[in-house]
Ligand binder design. Structure first.
Ligand code: GAR
Length: 210
């Protein structure tokens, strides 16, 4: 049976590029911005793209419904938020419960929300990273599938740190998707993600680029 992934993006699409490079079955890419560079990348791979824009909808409910309709016509097994920078309604999240995942640039539950790299530097944190998690109605708080930790170096600035984290993102997001498609992810009643047939450290990576 062919599996189907729909990817939602808002911008550059480097995580989308990593998903495509891994040969994963992306059937559509949807954005809330028509100028998202990742849309061009998708078109270059002959993947159908579309834009669902907030300004074309009177309220959040009708926007979410339009987005749902756009996604569901592709009958996805999995929906991936890969740099999708809009908060989704509870109803939307419930509709995709257990088949909606997000990549976030911090070691959740630390640093949910925006500007994670700046906040990490301001706080003098020495280990930073990224997380792939199932999406639940609470922003950036769903069950954690995989995390990668990267060092914060003394001469880092926001851009350098962001690029180091991004490299790690490009490893863990395709891996999480593969696990999902292989049916290896199980969420316990306590909301912990277990990986079937896992080695001891597979869901936690230590990542450095030197
Ligand atoms: C990535 O760093 C991703 O973790 C982040 O946006 C960037 C998208 O980059 N996502 C969030 O902050 C979601 N809260 P990309 O468009 O090159 O993949």
């Amino acid at each position: 049976m062919n599996q189907r992934i729909v990817v939602l993006i808002s911008g550059r699409g480097s995580n989308l590029a990593a998903i495509l490079a891994a040969g994963l079955p992306v059937v559509a890419v949807i954005s809330n911005r028509e100028d998202a560079i990742g849309l061009t990348l998708a078109r270059g791979h002959n993947i159908p793209t579309s834009v669902v824009h907030q300004r074309d909808h009177a309220d959040r409910q009708s926007f979410d419904l339009a987005l749902r309709n756009e996604i569901d016509q592709h009958q996805p097994d999995l929906v991936v938020l890969a740099g999708y920078m809009r908060i989704l309604s509870d109803a939307f999240v419930h509709h995709y419960s257990g088949r909606l995942i997000n990549i976030h640039p911090s070691l959740l539950p630390a640093y949910p929300g925006l500007d994670t790299h700046r906040k990490v530097l301001e706080d003098g944190v020495r280990i930073h990273g990224c997380t792939v998690h199932f999406v639940t109605p609470t922003l950036d708080h769903g069950p954690i599938i995989i995390q990668a930790a990267v060092p914060v170096l003394s001469d880092d600035n926001e851009d350098i740190l962001a690029s180091r984290v991004l490299l790690a993102e490009h490893h863990i997001l395709p891996e999480a998707i593969r696990w999902f498609l292989d049916g290896r992810l199980k969420i316990t009643p306590q909301g912990i993600v277990n990986l079937a047939q896992a080695g001891r450290s597979e869901q936690g990576k230590l990542f450095h680029d030197d």
